[in-house]
Design a protein around this ligand. Structure first.
Ligand SMILES: [Fe+2]
Ligand SMILES: [Fe+2]
Length: 193
């Protein structure tokens, strides 16, 4: 892993620009927003996580956003993963396969960082503290605007676990296709904590 966050910023910027996507710039701004928000959450709740790892995970959580279908197929082959992953919604590939892309292209092999990337959209039943921060920061950074994010953003300043529960709940309502027993259990866990 590189020591310099600035280098990762350059790498991310170039990666997004090369995608030629009209969303490249806003996605980059969101990545910086998540970085800022992750640090804010760590500070607000005095969370004992490695700051450099947190920053790298936050900055790179959407690194695979513009990865192509062919590249994902290749990633699945190389890592002997289940091809059925490609039958899930394309929206979540950058999350569940993102860690593999980051590992392959940037050589980052820290399991906590890779897990946090994997879990940033849907969460996971055994998230580390670092994963939890990224999960919440992804939903409450300054680029998440409007009424829809108001509650989660407000909670993210006062109650770490209720804020996480809020994201899970809203996603369950918005995207029922992703609701699993695991997700329901996860929701209860954060609600009751
Ligand atoms: Fe994402
Ligand atoms: Fe994101």
């Amino acid at each position: 892993m590189k020591d310099s966050l600035e280098e990762y910023k350059k790498i991310l910027w170039n990666k997004f620009q090369n995608s030629q996507s009209p969303r490249a710039e806003s996605r980059y701004r969101h990545s910086l927003g998540v970085l800022k928000k992750a640090l804010e959450i760590k500070k607000t709740f005095s969370l004992p996580v490695d700051e450099h790892k947190l920053m790298v995970a936050a900055l790179l959580h959407d690194y695979a956003k513009f990865t192509t279908w062919e590249e994902y197929v290749q990633i699945i082959k190389e890592n002997h993963l289940d091809k059925q992953l490609l039958e899930t919604s394309p929206k979540i590939w950058h999350s569940i396969l993102g860690g593999y892309v980051v590992k392959k292209e940037l050589g980052i092999d820290d399991p906590e960082i890779l897990d946090a990337i994997r879990d940033h959209t849907l969460g996971g039943s055994n998230m580390s503290l670092l994963s939890e921060i990224i999960f919440l920061a992804d939903y409450t950074d300054e680029t998440r605007e409007g009424e829809y994010f108001r509650e989660a953003k407000a909670l993210s300043k006062v109650d770490f676990h209720q804020a996480i529960a809020c994201k899970i709940h809203q996603r369950m309502l918005k995207e029922p296709q992703f609701v699993t027993e695991e997700l329901k259990t996860m929701y209860q866990k954060y609600r009751e904590d």
